[in-house]
Design a protein around this ligand. Structure first.
Ligand SMILES: *Cc1c(COP(=O)(O)O)cnc(C)c1O
Length: 233
């Protein structure tokens, strides 16, 4: 078995244990393998280990990788998620080549993604990125502005608003990792109370996936624990 396939098993065990510890079903949590900076061969190894959902941050790298993976394994259905910052001039290829975008934080970006989603592909699944740690990050909408953005995005015809995504500041102490994830869960619950049909919390990475699962993560985005450490971001 390849190292990547072994790592996938280890990550799966972490997810199983974290889900069990809080009485959740393993199948309610999607493992998104974050393959940024790694070559198509790494994705193919993960696919051989059973992995089907992959997250990418850099558009051109992602498009090249998608082509190479599809050429090598044309019969395997892979689900691609865009998880990097989205500039206006990147919306068309994102809407044409991904099943999900996790990092929408402006209405203008959402409108473009909706307008540019090809007919017949079905709606693009959207998570709104929330700036959960305040000033530390420049990406993400503030908690105060979230409800209005969510209402507007939910009305766009070719998008399906699924939920929220956040990248908290790194916190090494597991006991303190849960607080920002709990805040994101509460924000999702408020959107639900306001009548939006949202079901997704995209939160948790290699170092904090167990804490995120304890607070309700439905997608964990895991890179280095599967593919090894990155030599660049
Ligand atoms: C790189 C990245 C990840 C994966 O991080 P690891 O610490 O390698 O698991 C998850 N989410 C986003 C948005 C990323 O950019």
């Amino acid at each position: 078995m390849s190292t990547i396939a072994q790592n996938l098993q280890a990550v799966d065990h972490t997810i199983v244990a974290a889900a069990k510890a809080c009485g959740r079903a393993r199948d309610d949590i999607l493992l998104l393998a974050v393959s940024k900076t790694f070559p198509p061969e790494a994705v193919l190894e993960a696919m051989a280990g059973g992995q089907r959902a992959f997250g990418e941050n850099y558009l051109q790298e992602a498009l090249d990788k998608q082509q190479a993976v599809h050429a090598a394994a044309p019969d395997v259905q892979v689900e691609w998620h865009f998880i990097g910052p989205i500039q206006s001039n990147k919306t068309r290829p994102i809407s044409e080549n991904f099943a999900w975008a996790h990092t929408v934080d402006r209405l203008k970006i959402a409108q473009r993604l909706s307008e540019q989603r090809p007919a017949g592909m079905g709606p693009l699944n959207i998570c709104l990125q929330v700036n959960i740690s305040g000033e530390a990050s420049k990406s993400g909408i503030s908690a105060a502005e979230l409800p209005e953005l969510a209402r507007a995005v939910a009305l766009l015809p070719n998008l399906r608003l699924r939920g929220l995504m956040a990248i908290p500041e790194p916190e090494a102490d597991p006991a303190r990792q849960r607080a920002p994830f709990a805040r994101l869960r509460e924000m999702l619950e408020q959107l639900r109370d306001a009548g939006l049909a949202v079901d997704t919390l995209s939160m948790g990475m290699s170092a904090d996936m167990a804490a995120a699962i304890a607070e309700g993560a439905t997608i964990v985005r895991v890179g280095s624990a599967i593919f090894g450490s990155r030599t660049y971001e």
